[in-house]
Design a protein around this ligand. Structure first.
Ligand code: UPG
Ligand code: MN
Length: 847
């Protein structure tokens, strides 16, 4: 349990370890990085800050000793690839000419897409927030703060697929975050419109009255209770170590009770509704769902009706906790406890429940629609200058994270031109060997750091802080027009909301939001109604972008295209943490959505070749890469099926002279991995991260990516978009095994091509063995070399598909050694079958 180590400091002292860790990053993990802002810091020091604002983050670049060889290698490989093409075109000799042509086209595409991927990694930049400096500047001596407001959005779509407990943990981690309570508001958007979510939020508000001050008193991390209580030895940094053990025990007990309340909600709501319904005999065929106060729930009912179901109900906005200056109204309902909270701020940030209205006649635009409804409702209610959004399966893992993001927004250098601050995504439910590359480190720690050297990382959907006016589609200060038109055509008909935009542009914000009068509440319901944003700029130039399955990349693209920049914020204790699908079927669904969304973006007006007027060139190249990469899979699929040639009687070569061709291929493939090795160094990741990425790209390329391409073709023909199927966060029933889900793959059509590739390669190896035995004496040295080189290719594909083979094995994969036995057995069987057939048919055909 708790280790009560050290007693110094309170909240303020937390900044110091973080600052120290910023230094450590440059030392240990960051041994390939050096400061790149010495000049700027000196200037800022001399002038006392250009406009009085201190520098709030540090910038690092990769040391020359690593960067120069890295860049040189990229250049050398470019030349090698060009020479290879020239060689191939000059030696257009092949046994199957159409295949040769396809493969040349494929090679050109590989070369081109490699370039798209590689060029934007030319100049990686790491930026680390200086939270201590932010505190010195914005935390006032009287204990108050002059930090700007933040509205925090959480989205959930289903209480079953997205378990309520996770969502509520996310909310608790926000409420307990280290940010001035009166400058932070939390909005939960519930796309299921279910009463259970609302009542769970009310329960959460009650538990928060205990949880939040407990977190503040003992400075605990993380502030999501489920993850916190899982820790075996929480690190202690609070001021009252002697009270910690008792407090910890009682809060843990209260948490268990709170969880029981959450679990009992479903039956409590059913029972209550039955009672009310039995009293209303006049409407005996309608079974409504009733709230605790005796009124009918306006959202989805347990027994659904035409206007009370998931896709059709009125808009709901309920302020669960009002602004802290008005008290939290929980009265006797608040958690009763014996904890000593003297001198601890017991106030809790504002908490609001939103279920936007839905109507079958309108497209509700999935997550982007939900976020836009939150934008409008929060505009009316708190209108904070900054917004940060979370998926319900993520939580704040470092209570300083909101401050960290603000460091970039308020910095005197690029602060005002910064539209959003993206954090890397981290996951804590992934199996230790990360079989399906869920950690995605190559992307989060490589690609995104690289973009940080240009206009900044792309928006990745969760854990991203925005400047409100950038989301509204307003230009950055350096190219903003004086007269900004705020009208109904663009922003919708609510006058109150239009006023809030003007205020946001002028950054006027009263700390205390409006009184919740009847008319005000009605206006809030109007701005979240199903039809409110139709025929306006919402989803096009305003807010999160619609009509594309992945709203994230395209929204970031729209903002970068206006000339804004973004920043990438990495912290030593990860800022946020979430859940990733460790089940192959779920994971591939996710990948189909991502890659399908990318292709949709390519075929939309947000195509990086034509849109985004103010994009920097390499930023544009990167977006182009993000939209076209799924196409690469078609050629990979073709190549990985080519071993089928072993199965035909003739000796055929895709390119002659074959040996030279393979040597060329080996060289340019090897160079990719040498460049990758240097990338591993500066990104601070491991070989395993790199390797899993390679493997999963191969699995995706033979399943999800071609499926996305097919979707796209159908989409272009029928105009039907990709369905946003929420990634299931349900875990398999086995409670003893945390990773039970890993072994639970369901067969879906997407998996067919991968299976075919696997079978094809196993057969090819078997037949190759058979041919070797049969023809050993007759083959020339050259033929033997060719056979060996061909086999090398087969084996490489098999190694890349290894995680897929494990998936097919289901629970047997708990002993992967079985595969090492099974595969050779399969080879031998195919080999024997080949030899038998050869002997039987020997006299008839040469086989
Ligand atoms: O109609 C919908 C559909 C989804 N969501 C929410 O969207 C979020 C992301 O959904 P999830 O199924 O968890 O998707 P992931 O694949 O895990 O999410 C990644 O990919 C998404 C884009 O496809 C991004 O939006 C996410 O931020 C990113 O983490 C969740 O909070 C959902 O509740 C809604 O609110 N309404
Ligand atoms: Mn998710």
């Amino acid at each position: 349990m708790a280790s009560a180590a050290g007693s110094s400091g309170g909240n303020a002292s937390l900044a110091d370890p973080l600052l120290a860790s910023a230094k450590k990053l440059v030392g240990a993990k960051g041994k390939y990085w050096e400061a790149a802002d010495k000049e700027a810091r000196r200037a800022a020091k001399e002038s006392g800050g250009e406009d009085g604002r201190p520098l709030l983050f540090r910038t690092y670049k990769v040391k020359g000793a690593l960067l120069h060889p890295y860049r040189a290698l990229i250049f050398i490989r470019l030349i090698a690839v060009l020479l290879f093409f020239i060689w191939r075109v000059k030696h257009n000799k092949s046994d199957i000419m159409w295949f040769w042509t396809m493969s040349v086209v494929g090679d050109v595409w590989f070369g081109f897409s490699w370039l798209l991927n590689q060029l934007p990694k030319f100049n990686p930049v790491k930026t680390i927030p200086d939270i201590a400096a932010l505190r010195r500047q914005y935390d006032l001596p009287d204990g108050t703060s002059s930090l700007p407001g933040i509205d925090v959005f959480v989205t959930t779509a289903d209480p079953i697929d997205e378990p309520i407990l996770y969502t509520m943990n996310c909310v608790l981690s926000i409420l307990a975050s280290d940010y001035p309570v009166d400058r932070c508001a939390c909005y939960l958007s519930d796309d299921s419109g279910a009463l259970i979510q609302y009542e769970a939020l009310v329960e959460t508000a009650k538990f928060a009255t205990l949880w939040v001050p407990f977190c503040r008193k003992h400075c605990i991390e993380p502030r999501a209770p489920e993850s916190y209580f899982e820790l075996e030895a929480p690190l202690y940094t609070g001021r009252a170590p002697e009270e910690f053990t008792d407090d910890h025990t009682s809060v843990r007990r209260e948490y268990a009770e709170y969880k029981e309340h959450l679990e009992s909600l479903s039956s409590a709501i059913s029972k209550r509704s039955d009672v009310y319904n039995s009293m209303k005999t006049d409407q005996d065929d309608v079974k409504a769902t009733w709230m605790a106060n005796g009124t009918q729930w306006p959202g989805t009912w347990i027994d659904t009706t035409e206007t009370h179901r998931k896709g059709h109900h009125a808009g709901i906005v309920k302020v669960v906790l009002d602004h802290p200056t008005r008290g939290h109204n929980l009265g006797s309902q608040a958690c009763t406890h014996s904890l000593n909270f003297t001198n601890i701020d017991e106030r809790i940030p504002m908490l609001v429940y939103i279920a936007r209205g839905k109507n079958p006649s309108y497209d509700h635009n999935k997550k982007a629609g939900a976020l836009n409804a939150q934008l409008r409702a929060s505009g009316l209610l708190s209108n904070a200058q900054f917004i940060i959004n979370f998926d319900c399966d993520h939580y704040i893992n470092n209570s300083q994270a909101l401050r960290a993001a603000i460091c970039f927004m308020l910095d005197q250098r690029e602060g005002d031109n910064t539209a959003f601050v993206q954090f890397p995504q981290r996951f804590d439910n992934v199996d230790p060997s990360d079989r399906y590359g869920n950690h995605n480190r190559v992307f989060f720690d490589g690609t995104m750091l690289a973009l940080n050297g240009f206009q900044g990382p792309s928006y990745l959907g969760t854990g991203c802080m925005f400047r409100r006016i950038a989301l509204y589609g307003i230009d950055p200060p350096h190219c903003r027009e004086d007269n900004i038109v705020v009208d109904a055509n663009r922003f919708g008909s609510s006058i109150l909301f239009q006023d809030s935009i003007s205020k946001a542009i002028n950054q006027e914000r009263s700390t205390i939001p409006p009184t919740l009068s009847e008319t005000f509440l009605t206006e809030m319901e109007t701005v979240v109604s199903a039809s409110h944003d139709k025929e306006t700029g919402w989803g096009k130039g305003v807010g999160y972008i619609y009509e594309i399955a992945t709203e994230d990349i395209v929204t970031g693209f729209r903002i970068h295209g206006q000339g804004w920049r973004s920043m990438y914020c990495t912290m030593e204790r990860d800022a946020f943490c979430g859940i990733a699908p460790i089940n192959l079927t779920e994971r591939l669904h996710q990948i189909v959505r991502w890659s399908g969304g990318s292709l949709e973006m390519f075929f939309s007006r947000n195509n990086p070749l034509i849109g985004g007027g103010r994009l920097q060139t390499l930023q544009r190249v990167s977006y182009l890469n993000m939209t076209v990469y799924p196409a690469t899979s078609l050629f990979i699929l073709l190549y990985s099926l080519s071993p089928v040639m072993w199965l035909i009687p003739d000796e055929v070569y895709i390119q002659r002279p074959f040996t030279k061709y393979v040597v060329y291929l080996l060289v340019i493939i090897l160079m990719i991995h040498i460049i990758g090795w240097l990338e591993i160094k500066w990104a601070g990741i491991t070989w395993l991260d790199y390797w899993r990425n390679e493997q999963f790209f191969m699995i995706g390329s033979t399943s999800a990516y071609p499926a996305a391409v097919l979707h796209m073709v159908v989409n272009l023909l029928t105009k039907k978009g990709i369905h946003f199927r929420v990634t299931s966060k349900q875990t398999a029933a086995d409670t003893n095994d945390k990773f039970a889900d890993l072994y639970d793959m369901r067969w879906v059509p997407t998996l067919i091509p991968t299976t075919v590739v696997l079978i094809c390669n196993v057969s090819a190896i078997g037949v190759a063995m058979g041919k070797t035995i049969v023809y050993m004496g007759a083959w020339t040295i050259a033929q033997k070399t060719h056979a060996a080189l061909g086999l090398l290719f087969n084996v490489w594909i098999m190694v890349l598909l290894y995680p897929f083979a494990l998936a097919v094995m289901g629970r047997w994969a708990k002993r992967p050694v079985i595969l090492v036995v099974l595969l050779p057995v399969a080879f031998v069987i195919v080999c024997l079958v080949y030899i038998t057939v050869h002997i039987l048919l020997g006299g008839l055909v040469a086989f």
